[in-house]
Design a protein around this ligand. Structure first.
Ligand SMILES: *Cc1c(COP(=O)(O)O)cnc(C)c1O
Length: 407
């Protein structure tokens, strides 16, 4: 089998491209015509693999789906307009009123908000400290269908007990969903710890350039869907490994319409080609900055799994190729976070993650504002916490920028 980057950069050519093009072209056509009506019927009935209407599948998007499947060593993937659309579609497609799922309490803020909406629609969720599988086990009920975790949580960088929870899910027959956005398949492949479905926000590291939104769900082939009650009869056809991903495509794209556009798919596919190169540099820059801040007198605390004092340092070292490229930190009392941010020059005050540029954001008054002080305290988010997403700049420029802003 070929290496990670070799596979990505030659992925589009696998099925042959007109004129010998190296990129799959941007196919903007919404609908596809057939010489014989039977051809159209066969596509509608899933008997042949062609295209009918762009809400469900498009050739440019399909090329990106193949790339993501290859990166995650999966069986099949579905791409969505955003990472949130991927998560929402997955739950919408697989869970019913009366079902329950267990989620890590350390989650992307919008995911927390989304899960609250599902609870309001009769799909109950219990949030637990997922750094240990035991807390997950204690929350499981007879009606529990699924467990949802992120690999490295943002912004406090808690690392989920990914292998322990994988073993638990296998034992209890639970669907195991891992949001791999912060680690990406370059640092970690959730299939290795028994994940059933893997979510990625393609907007972040995989696209990498901050110029397109997208998300994906990948089926790993690890879960026995014949044991899962919520698959509709219509999708229980042929390969059982693809039942759930088919239902997710039908419900999330065909019915809910969370489709990724071909232009965005093209941007994301080109971005994916350099994922390994960018992330190596981003991880090295994060390590250098976190190490610098860790010993700085004006810094109270740094949250970065690469530091030996991090509670899940050993777990991160065992599971991930590198400890990621985001970290959080708090300044000592009396040093104002806004003054510090004001003085940063190279680093951009911006939300988002995984951009080529280093980004800084004060977390409490922005992305976690809506949660309120109580939920923030429960998630360990201090008012002064700053999140950094390391970019690919020259490391000397980054360290110098932090140094002068703290001086
Ligand atoms: C950004 C993010 C998402 C949502 O992705 P969008 O593409 O912005 O919708 C989901 N999970 C994690 C961990 C993220 O960082």
């Amino acid at each position: 089998m070929r290496g990670f980057t070799t596979s990505i950069v030659h992925s589009d050519r696998q099925d042959g491209i007109e004129h010998g093009a190296l990129h799959k072209p941007v196919h903007s056509s919404v609908a596809y015509g057939y010489e014989h009506p039977q051809g159209l019927v066969d596509v509608f009935q899933g008997k042949s693999a062609g295209y009918a209407y762009g809400r469900q599948v498009n050739p440019t998007v399909a090329a990106l789906e193949a790339k993501v499947t290859g990166m995650e060593q999966g069986v099949a993937s579905v791409c969505f307009s955003t990472g949130m659309a991927a998560i929402g579609s997955l739950l919408f497609a697989l869970l019913r009123g009366g079902d329950h799922f267990v989620s890590s309490a350390f989650l992307f803020g919008n995911t927390t908000s989304l899960f609250g909406s599902f609870a309001a629609h009769g799909v109950d969720v219990t949030f637990v400290d997922a750094t240990g599988a035991r807390a997950v086990a204690q929350a499981v009920r007879p009606e529990t269908k699924l467990v949802f975790v992120e690999t490295i949580a943002n912004p406090r960088t808690q690392v989920a007990d990914l292998d322990g929870i994988g073993a638990l899910c296998r034992e209890r027959g639970l669907v195991y969903v891992v949001d791999n956005t912060i680690t990406t398949p370059y640092l970690f492949q959730p299939a290795d710890v028994g994940a059933s479905l893997v979510v990625n926000s393609l907007t972040k590291y995989i696209g990498g350039h901050g110029n397109a939104l997208g998300g994906s769900v990948t089926e790993t082939g690890r879960f026995d869907w014949t044991t899962f009650a919520n698959i509709q009869t219509a999708y229980k056809r042929s390969d059982a490994a693809k039942w759930a991903i088919t239902q997710i495509r039908k419900k999330g794209l065909r019915d809910f319409g969370a489709a990724l556009g071909p232009e965005a798919a093209h941007h994301l596919g080109v971005g994916a080609e350099t994922l390994a190169l960018r992330l190596e540099r981003q991880c090295a820059n994060a390590a250098a900055l976190a190490t610098f801040l860790h010993t700085h007198e004006k810094v109270r605390q740094v949250y970065y799994p690469g530091l030996a004092e991090h509670p899940q340092h050993a777990k991160a070292a065992a599971l991930f190729r590198r400890p990621g490229a985001i970290f959080g930190f708090e300044l000592v009392e009396g040093v104002d976070a806004f003054t510090f941010l004001e003085r940063l020059d190279v680093v951009v005050k911006s939300t988002n993650l995984g951009d080529n540029r280093t980004l800084a954001i004060p977390v409490a008054p922005t992305i976690y504002h809506e949660l309120g002080p109580k939920r923030r305290a429960a998630m360990g988010i201090a008012d002064s916490l700053i999140r950094i997403s390391a970019g690919i700049e020259d490391v000397e420029d980054l360290v110098a920028d932090f140094e002068q802003a703290l001086a």
